[in-house]
Design a protein around this ligand. Structure first.
Ligand code: B12
Length: 174
């Protein structure tokens, strides 16, 4: 069976304690999952915001999936809960590679990595091509190597590394 990979979004908690009125699918991770799956690396999405899942339910789904690669998207509003979940997933899924992406992670990449050792890399910028390349690497059971993944910020021997910037998607006219 083809290796499967995961992308996750967490439910947005209303600071006023109310319920979200609109279910929201995260467009960015849907686009990445579609691109990776089309490239031959089957990638599924767990969207806690769209499906009204509590973080514990997202965690249980991740564990039952037993992925090799999990990517989380984050906003300023969800980043602290995302990081908590990364720790839990790293402890519970042996050998899993955890990456973060999206606006918030992109602009705070170095600090996030220094402070959170359960996160293996931040994929900055647009995630379609970098995530698909990483998924392809892991699907072949290759050891993880972020140096050739565009947009990756990661630690090697405690030193911050940055690969070449991620490509901007070019959508050729039909
Ligand atoms: C459309 C939009 C919305 C829509 C849909 C959002 C959605 N979840 O898809 C709605 C109206 C629902 C919305 C809601 C909110 N939004 Co909004 N939104 C936008 C907007 C205008 C465009 C986002 C978009 O769809 N881009 C197109 C898609 C394809 O790109 P993307 O989502 O950025 O994802 C790409 C990359 O970021 C990256 N990526 C993203 N996640 C990941 C994960 C991994 C693992 C990897 C590798 C890469 C990766 O790859 C993706 C594909 O190229 C941006 C501003 C902007 N111009 O980017 C603000 C923006 C993202 N929103 C923002 C905020 C604050 C919110 C809310 C928290 C507001 C609120 N208080 O309710 C909620 C959060 C909802 C949620 N849980 O996601 C902020 C985030 C700031 C921050 N530092 O966190 C932004 C940047 C606006 C701003 N400048 O303040 N939003």
């Amino acid at each position: 069976m083809a290796t499967k990979h995961l992308l996750c979004n967490l439910r947005l908690e209303d600071p006023m304690g109310g319920e979200n009125s609109l279910p929201r699918c995260h467009i960015g991770i849907l686009s990445i999952a579609a691109h990776a799956s089309e490239s031959g690396c089957l990638t599924e999405v767990i969207d806690g915001d769209a499906d009204g899942l509590q973080d514990m339910e997202v965690f249980e789904r991740i564990c039952s999936f037993s992925p090799k690669l999990v990517g989380f998207t984050a906003t300023q509003a969800t980043i602290s809960r995302v990081l908590l979940l990364c720790e839990q997933v790293a402890r519970s899924v042996p050998g899993v590679v955890i990456v973060l992406g999206g606006e918030q992670a992109t602009f705070t990449a170095e600090r996030l990595l220094s402070d959170n050792r359960s996160v293996n890399a931040i994929l900055t910028g647009e995630g379609e091509i970098p995530f698909a390349m990483l998924a392809a690497q892991l699907s072949l059971d290759s050891p993880v190597d972020f140096s050739g993944i565009p947009g990756a910020t990661y630690l090697r021997a405690n030193a911050m590394q940055q690969s070449a910037p991620a490509w901007v998607l070019i959508n050729p006219a039909p």
